[in-house]
Ligand binder design. Structure first.
Ligand code: CO8
Length: 260
């Protein structure tokens, strides 16, 4: 199988760039999620790597989020396997000892937003056509508590409550306003700005920074770690409900009809 992530590690700076390249929309299917996790694991073991910039090689789209086709009309076993891969990716990324910066060069709904808010810092293209948010309720599904926790850790409880209830997709300027992203820059400067910011992060004492990150994030991570199988069971029983499958089917149809 061909690679869905292109990795460039610059040993002179210790910074790797991970580019998702899975057309048409970088939807996070089982293959991409698995490759994402193993790529991060390898970089963590590589002594010459200290930071990762995560971006997309596709114009206009960072990631369309979880691949709906992995959870629409598939078996409970498959849904379970898929969900374990989503958990694994988040646990690795949110808990990474590397400095992680999302270079959000396009739209970033749902799972794409999760990847972004799991990084240490977010730089987004200043294009108001690009949006980011946890829009699960628009699909008739519910963001899991650990998506919600990651969001609340980023923008606070009340903003998360509004964002999740309404399934809000924030334009880049709105996302900056609520603190969902940290910085907006012209589209062609997203990765270079991420690299400059990375320099500031890497200037901090490595051990002090890692312990601080763990202090901030460990309680959120431990909550899922102590409950992983229950979370899988919960996902599978929810997503396989006839009414939920029907909502996903309608959403997929809406995506197709929207085309023109
Ligand atoms: N999964 C599967 N297929 C997708 C997805 C997706 N997430 N997104 C787009 N596609 C498909 C489209 O259906 C289309 O297929 P086709 O070519 O066969 O018609 C193709 O990809 C291209 O898409 P578009 O034509 O829509 O491309 P655009 O460039 O016009 O738009 C967008 C790109 C903005 C990314 C748009 O496709 C979009 O809005 N996609 C849907 C995004 C979304 O809502 N994702 C939510 C996924 S759910 C999730 O991530 C978290 C779930 C948590 C589970 C909790 C349950 C308990």
């Amino acid at each position: 199988t061909s690679s869905k992530i292109k990795v460039d590690l610059d040993p002179s700076t210790g910074v790797a760039v991970m580019r998702m390249q899975s057309p048409p929309v970088n939807s996070l299917n089982l293959d991409l999620l698995t490759e994402f996790t193993t790529t991060l694991e390898k970089l963590e073991l590589d002594k010459s790597c200290r930071g990762v910039i995560i971006t997309s090689s596709l114009p206009k789209i960072f990631s369309a989020g979880l691949d709906i086709l992995e959870m629409y009309q598939t078996s409970p076993e498959h849904c379970g396997e898929f969900w374990r891969a989503v958990q694994e990716m988040w646990l690795k990324l949110y808990g990474s000892k590397l400095t992680t910066i999302a270079a959000i060069n396009g739209s970033s709904p749902a799972g794409g937003c999760l990847v972004s808010i799991s990084c240490d810092y977010r730089v987004m293209a200043d294009n108001p056509r690009y949006s980011i948010g946890l829009n699960e309720t628009l699909l008739g599904i519910v963001a899991p508590y650990w998506f919600k926790d990651t969001m609340a850790n980023t923008v606070g409880h009340r903003t998360t409550e509004l964002a999740l209830a309404l399934g809000r997709l924030y334009s880049a300027p709105e996302a900056l306003k609520i603190g969902l992203v940290d910085e907006l820059v012209p589209e062609d400067q997203v990765v270079t700005t991420a690299a400059q910011t990375m320099g500031q992060w890497l200037a901090i004492d490595e051990h002090a920074r890692q312990v601080t990150k763990a202090m901030m994030r460990k309680p959120t991570i431990d909550k899922l770690l102590s409950n992983r199988e229950a979370d899988v069971d919960n996902f599978v029983s929810f997503i396989t409900q006839a009414s939920v499958q029907k909502s996903l089917g309608m959403y997929l149809k809406m995506l197709k009809n929207r085309k023109g």
